[in-house]
Design a protein around this ligand. Structure first.
Ligand SMILES: [Zn+2]
Length: 171
C-alpha cells in the first residue's frame, strides 16, 4: 500500500483547502492518501493502515515497525494490529460525531464515489441535505443517494474533481 500514490482526485481535494480552508474530508478509506496529498482535516471512519497498536490492551499507537515479521507490543508482547476497523468492530464514536457535526454545518457536501448504502457513511449526505447543504453526487453511476442530489456528475473522482476545481476557480 505504501507504493500507491494519491491520484488527481486526492490532489484536487487537497487544493480545495486553498479556496475553502474549512474543507473536511470524511472517508471510509484507510490508506492515508488524503493526508499524503495534503488534506489537513480528514476523518478516517474506518481507521488507518498506517499505524499499529496493541491487540490486547490500550498500549498506544505507533508507526509500523520496519520489519517483515509480525510485530509485538513492547509492553505486554501481544501481537500488534493495524489501527483499522475490522468486520464486527465498532466505529470510533468520536469520529462519527465529528463527521455528523461537519455534515450538519457544511454549505456544500460532495458525495464522492460512495455506494450510498453502507451506514453510517451513507447517512452523512442526507444529514447535510436535511440541514440545507447543497448535495453534489460524484460517481460512476447512480446510487440511492443520487435522486436526493442537486447535481449529479458522472465519472471518476480523478476525472471530475480537477475539472470541478478548474471550472469553479477559473482565472
Ligand atoms: Zn500491549
Amino acid at each position: 500500500m505504501l507504493d500507491v500514490q494519491p491520484n488527481a482526485g486526492h490532489v484536487a481535494l487537497a487544493q480545495l483547502e486553498q479556496h475553502i480552508p474549512s474543507v473536511t474530508i470524511i472517508t471510509q478509506n484507510i490508506d492515508g492518501l488524503h493526508q499524503r496529498a495534503g488534506s489537513t482535516r480528514v476523518i478516517e471512519l474506518h481507521g488507518t493502515i498506517n499505524t499499529v497498536s496493541c491487540s490486547a490492551a490500550e498500549h498506544g499507537s505507533l508507526a509500523w515497525p520496519d520489519s517483515p515479521n509480525l510485530p509485538f507490543c513492547s509492553v505486554c508482547a501481544a501481537p500488534l494490529r493495524p489501527d483499522v476497523v475490522w468486520f464486527g468492530e465498532r466505529l470510533d464514536l468520536a469520529k462519527i460525531q465529528a463527521a455528523e457535526l461537519a455534515s450538519q454545518t457544511c454549505d456544500v457536501f460532495l458525495a464522492i464515489g460512495t455506494s450510498g448504502v453502507v451506514a453510517p457513511a451513507a447517512t452523512f449526505p442526507m444529514t447535510a441535505r436535511a440541514h440545507r447543504a447543497r448535495l453534489i453526487d460524484l460517481n460512476l453511476e447512480d446510487t440511492p443517494l443520487s435522486r436526493h442530489a442537486r447535481h449529479r456528475l458522472r465519472g471518476t473522482a480523478a476525472q471530475l474533481l480537477p475539472a470541478l476545481l478548474a471550472a469553479t476557480w477559473a482565472e
